[in-house]
Design a protein around this ligand. Structure first.
Ligand code: NAD
Length: 252
């Protein structure tokens, strides 16, 4: 078993790491001894993350916008540079939500959701592939959502996450023979800005969690634990899977 499968030695890229789930993922990897390139557009939050005690100089900020193929490629190259050209794990976490009914969904909002949630993971992996293939036990974890099954009033978001699950399987099939494991984590309602910033989503979340086996919202740290596990040697024979971290919400 290779030493680089242990988080202690991993070089990790996490997108959307300035806050919420991505921040918890970056901190959990750092806590376990990994070196993390934290990619985000939010400069102040990134600086605060890198300065916090748990980061222990293990997290380096890469301020970048991944909403275009060029931006995603540039962010990846800068993250690789920050990690000395080496990467063991990529966590495609950055994402945006947009609520709008089908009848009035704006074209630019549709395109932006797809660009950040679905296109960027593809271009990031494509750009990092030579470095990833040089790693001893490479792993990719894509942050999908329970919304992948198709909900109500957020068709772009749902479709982007469904697409990300399919991209996960597509990457797992193509890259598995080269030793790259690719999995997705699908969170349910997790208490982050994405939920708190939109009163409509907060209201839906509060109603929804009452119907779940575990009747509460999840914490970013609970998603981070699953991500770090999937990227570790403990999950060495697992690929192409989507792990729901959702309090038992989705049962298909
Ligand atoms: P969040 O809004 O708190 O954080 C998302 C992060 O992504 C932010 O730091 C933001 O700046 C960054 N980001 C957005 N656009 C970017 C861009 N163009 N370039 C670089 N960074 C960008 O959201 P969160 O709740 O932490 O969500 C993280 C991931 O988990 C997302 O993919 C989201 O879809 C998914 N998710 C969240 C929930 C939930 O309930 N919070 C549920 C299911 C899935």
């Amino acid at each position: 078993m290779s030493a680089t499968q242990n988080p202690r030695n991993q070089a990790v890229i996490v997108t959307g790491a300035a806050r919420g789930i991505g921040r918890a993922i970056a901190l959990r990897f750092a806590l376990e001894g990994a070196r993390v390139a934290a990619v985000d557009i939010l400069a102040d939050e990134l600086a605060e993350l890198c300065a916090c005690e748990t980061a222990l100089s293990r997290i380096v900020a890469v301020e970048a916008d991944i909403s275009t193929p060029e931006g995603a490629r540039e962010a990846t190259n800068r993250a690789l540079e920050a990690l000395g050209g080496h990467v063991d794990v990529i966590v495609n976490n950055a994402g945006i939500e947009h609520r709008a009914p089908i009848a009035s969904h704006e074209a630019d909002a549709w395109r932006r959701v797809m660009a950040i949630n679905l296109d960027a993971p593809f271009f990031i992996v494509q750009t990092a592939l030579p470095a990833l293939l040089a790693a001893d036990a490479p792993a990719i974890v894509n942050i999908a959502s329970t919304a992948r099954i198709g909900f109500f009033g957020q068709p772009a978001y749902d479709t982007s996450k469904g697409g990300l699950v399919t991209l996960t399987r597509s990457m797992a099939n193509e890259l598995g023979r080269e030793g790259v494991r690719v999995n997705a984590v699908a969170p349910g309602f997790i208490a982050t800005n994405m939920v708190a910033d939109d009163p409509k989503i907060t209201a839906i979340g509060e109603k929804q969690v009452r119907l779940q086996p575990l009747q509460r919202m999840g914490k970013p740290e609970e998603v981070a634990a699953a991500v770090v596990w999937l990227a570790s040697s403990n999950a060495s024979y697992i690929t192409g899977q989507t792990l729901h971290v959702d309090g038992g919400w989705v049962r298909i």
